[in-house]
Design a protein around this ligand. Structure first.
Ligand SMILES: Nc1ncnc2c1ncn2[C@@H]1O[C@H](COP(=O)(O)OP(=O)(O)OP(=O)(O)O)[C@@H](O)[C@H]1O
Length: 252
């Protein structure tokens, strides 16, 4: 059981961004992707989530064997893939409680109804874990939230939806040190044999808290190097130039 991305080629307008991209994240593992700005990390996340601006012109993305390429975003979410956005959208007029409730309901088998008392009990427990004030439940999704509050709200959604696979796009950006730890604990509490994570980050520090099984380096629309968690430390220390030099030693 895995999220299996095979030869995925994605363009924005005429510009190719992902070029025959390959990656497998088995259930039970946490994979991290690092890489210089503009190499296509967010493009990967958004293309997998079915964002309309990204044209998938080749390849497939198999979620436990089912190809999600071409599916609508809500169908992809119902299939068990969750994306925590780098820049979460604001949804004025829709409360967090109602938004998450509708999303959780949509993932239930047809004919099954969410029991309100059970839902709120779980919601409050997750909010307590993330140290979110309960007053947030009645606020509109992300409307006027600080950067860190938006990221906590994303993790709250993930904890309630319990996806099979979660992609986190720079969830650590904008978090203060305490919030980083709390968010990481939220993620760690969800780690297990039935779930896979893909964590996109620029900073090794996040990976001290969410310890990855595999670290990948993405460059120019492809994974160009993979290793264990020590690769992140090496990147932090040496930057990306040595990886680029390894790719093109003749021109270095
Ligand atoms: N909607 C868009 N329209 C045009 N170009 C885009 C669009 N979205 C992304 N791009 C371009 O695609 C390339 C890859 O962007 P992407 O956001 O995937 O990179 P990234 O690796 O996530 O970068 P960062 O580390 O800075 O977040 C960039 O050159 C970017 O300018």
């Amino acid at each position: 059981m895995s999220l299996d991305i095979r030869n995925l080629t994605v363009s924005i307008g005429e510009k190719p961004i992902l070029k025959e991209f390959n990656l497998t994240v088995p259930k039970g593992e946490v994979h991290a992707i690092m890489g210089p700005n503009g190499t296509g990390k967010s493009t990967l996340a958004k293309a997998l989530a079915g964002h309309e601006d990204y044209d998938i012109i080749g390849g497939e993305a198999l979620l436990d064997g089912t190809n999600i390429v071409g599916m609508e975003p809500d169908e992809i979410a119902r299939s068990g893939l969750f994306l925590a956005f780098q820049y979460p959208a604001e949804i004025p007029g829709v409360s967090i409680a109602n938004f998450i409730r509708a999303a959780v309901q949509a993932r239930l088998p047809e004919g099954e109804n969410l029991v309100a008392t059970k839902y709120y009990k779980e919601l409050y427990a997750a909010m307590d874990q993330l140290k979110m004030d309960r007053a947030f439940t009645s606020r509109s999704v992300n409307d006027g939230f600080s950067g860190g509050e938006k990221k906590r709200c994303e993790i709250l959604q993930m904890m309630m939806l319990k996806p099979e696979y979660a992609i986190m796009d720079e969830t650590d950006s904008g978090l203060d040190i305490d919030a980083l730890r709390i968010v990481a604990e939220g993620v760690n509490s969800m780690r297990g044999p039935d779930r896979g994570f893909l964590v996109i980050t620029h900073y090794q520090r996040l990976l001290d808290y969410i310890v990855p099984d595999v670290v990948h380096v993405m460059y120019d629309g492809k994974i160009v190097k993979s290793g264990d968690k020590t690769l992140a430390l090496e990147l932090e220390e040496k930057g990306y130039d040595w990886v680029k030099e390894e790719l093109a030693p003749a021109s270095a």
